[in-house]
Design a protein around this ligand. Structure first.
Ligand SMILES: CCCCCCCCCCC/C=C/C(=O)SCCNC(=O)CCNC(=O)[C@H](O)C(C)(C)COP(=O)(O)OP(=O)(O)OC[C@H]1O[C@@H](n2cnc3c(N)ncnc32)[C@H](O)[C@@H]1OP(=O)(O)O
Ligand code: NDP
Length: 280
């Protein structure tokens, strides 16, 4: 299948890593990068979903490795394997991540550590390995894109993840400065609410039922909309983006629910406006 948006061969010659490429947003991104001619290495903890992603891509475009991004030795071995196989790494999408929904007072020290370790440490280990094993010593630089979370004012029920994603965004910013001298460009995509299998099945039913209504645009994001942004960043169109946090969320960062809010519109759906008063 061809990309619905970009020209064929746009990413020919490029090598990309997508962590968590076996499902949801990671799978959509890996497939779009592969359609555009990139060779894509995906990883995750379970082989089966990774193999399924591979089966959906053009022949030979995607390779699969089991790797837990929290484990330093596994990350090192994975990155070395990709370099042995493909000889270079142009683009890294740190997509593996997540959390569980819980009131803050019920987060145990272990639970907090689990979420920080996955999102912050996993992102850091993969970033550091790719930078020090290829992007810096090769003199070629490259692009690293992290996945974070919108809304940025904090997502209730996800205190651990809200903290973790803020950390990843500031890591993105600081590395974009430090590693500019190596021509490494870092961005983060702050994803709003996307209709992935996990989002639709992992969280409490009443939350899933209500979540689209929390988005001003009134719908969840589609995984391909995320994948197109990733592909754009990997392409020459993304060459001058560094240190930027790109929020893709149907305006969820700016408002909760539809505008005008229910009950505030007139019969035609128009928002309230104040009456003009004659000048005194
Ligand atoms: C009308 C509604 C308005 C509200 C709007 C909000 C709507 C929701 C928006 C959602 C936005 C974000 C979406 C997404 O990110 S979707 C994609 C999510 N994907 C994932 O999370 C995948 C990765 N996640 C995981 O692998 C796990 O969830 C985890 C992060 C926990 C890591 O798994 P791991 O296997 O390493 O860890 P364990 O299961 O062994 O757990 C370790 C300890 O963590 C604590 N824990 C884990 N799960 C829970 C839970 N459900 N409840 C409480 N505590 C939990 C616990 O301390 C575990 O240790 P113990 O087992 O020893 O107790
Ligand atoms: N869907 C949404 O609305 C939003 C998603 N996000 C973020 O986007 C990313 C993708 O989300 P989505 O596709 O919905 O969720 P998924 O749960 O489908 O994706 C998470 C992927 O990461 C992999 N993964 C999890 N832990 C590890 C680990 N320790 N090492 C390697 N891989 C791991 C999982 O595979 P495996 O279990 O086999 O390891 C899975 O393929 C996540 O970071 C998520 O938090 C952010 C905001 C909103």
């Amino acid at each position: 299948m061809r990309s619905e948006l970009f020209r064929e061969g746009l990413l020919e010659g490029k090598v990309a890593i997508v962590t968590g490429g076996g499902s949801g947003l990671g799978r959509a991104a890996a497939l779009e990068l592969a359609r555009l001619g990139a060779r894509v290495a995906i990883c995750g903890r379970r082989r089966e979903p990774l193999e399924e992603t591979r089966s959906l891509a053009p022949d030979g475009a995607i390779t699969v490795d089991v790797c837990d991004v929290r484990e330093e030795q596994q990350v090192d071995a994975f990155v070395e394997q990709v370099l042995e196989r493909h000889g270079r790494i142009d683009f890294l999408l740190n997509n593996a991540g997540g959390q569980y929904m819980v009131p803050a007072e019920d987060i145990t020290p272990k639970g907090f550590r689990t979420v920080i370790r996955l999102n912050v440490e996993g992102t850091w280990l993969m970033t550091h390995a790719v930078a020090t094993k290829w992007m810096i010593p090769s003199g070629e630089g490259g692009k690293i894109c992290n996945v974070t979370l919108s809304p940025h004012h904090g997502l209730p029920g996800m205190a651990h993840s809200s903290a973790a994603r803020a950390a990843v965004e500031n890591l993105t910013r600081v590395l974009s400065i430090e590693w500019s001298r190596f021509n490494i460009r870092l961005t983060a995509i702050a994803a709003g609410h996307f209709e992935t299998e996990t989002l639709l099945t992992k969280y409490p039913e009443q939350v899933v039922r209500g979540v689209a209504k929390t988005v001003p645009l009134g719908r969840l994001g589609r995984p391909e909309e995320f994948a197109w942004l990733v592909a754009f960043l990997a392409s020459p169109g993304g060459d001058y983006f560094s240190g930027a946090i790109l929020t893709i969320d149907g305006a969820r960062d700016n408002w909760f629910g539809p505008y005008p809010p229910p009950g505030l519109a007139d019969e035609s759906g128009k928002p309230p406006a104040e009456a003009r008063r004659p000048r005194a």
